[in-house]
Design a protein around this ligand. Structure first.
Ligand SMILES: Cc1cc2nc3c(=O)[nH]c(=O)nc-3n(C[C@H](O)[C@H](O)[C@H](O)COP(=O)(O)O)c2cc1C
Length: 174
């Protein structure tokens, strides 16, 4: 099975998830940033990672997700965001990604908070109105953390992309 991990990452959070996924996949695999990503049609499974901007996948990832939709293969979606884990806001962003990729076979999804830089926090605080996610952003500090990687490993197993490791212990990922 030819597998490709594609990520868009401005400050490194989503790249960490991408590298973790890449390290867990067995067999034929490649990892590329979205600006260098090949046509998804050449792969059996593509994992696409993005960061949230304006409540949805960042613009480069939006374009790539549309290509994945056209290719119609297996797709795993992953993301980081300043908003809280399991928040409605995060769910809306992931649903937007699903819509963009409609046509692909989505085998799994994972998203978690990602630390927001001080400069971004300052810029967002100066906006009027302030973005909805700003109130959650301080809690994203330190994410993705070992608990997030643990959950990502579970999501990959759930999607059938990796074998379940026994016993999957919390704290084993750093
Ligand atoms: C310009 C900008 C806009 C952002 N907009 C959102 C947003 O709409 N919703 C959100 O949850 N997080 C937002 N964030 C926070 C990032 O999505 C979050 O920090 C993410 O982990 C960054 O990923 P990266 O390190 O891979 O670039 C924004 C960050 C930036 C820099």
């Amino acid at each position: 099975m030819k597998q490709l991990v594609v990520y868009s990452s401005r400050s490194g959070n989503t790249k960490k998830l991408a590298e973790f996924i890449f390290s867990r996949l067995d067999g034929d695999k490649e990892i590329k940033s979205v600006d260098k990503a090949p046509d998804p049609a050449g792969y059996d499974m593509v994992a696409v990672g993005f960061w949230f901007k304006a409540g949805q996948p960042d613009p480069d990832s939006q374009k790539y997700l549309k290509k994945c939709a056209a290719a119609g293969g297996k797709l795993f979606l992953f993301a980081t965001h300043g908003s809280a884990a399991n928040s409605d806001y995060a769910a809306i962003g992931m649903n937007r990604a699903r819509e963009l990729a409609a046509g692909a076979q989505i085998v799994g999804c994972f998203d978690c908070p990602g630390e927001v830089s001080a400069k971004t926090l300052e810029n967002a605080a100066n906006k009027d109105p302030q973005p909805v996610w700003l109130k959650d952003a301080p809690a994203a500090k330190g994410h993705p953390n070992s608990d997030d990687f643990y959950k990502l490993a579970e999501a990959l197993a759930e999607a059938g992309l990796v074998e379940k490791r026994q016993p999957p212990e919390k704290g084993m990922f750093v």
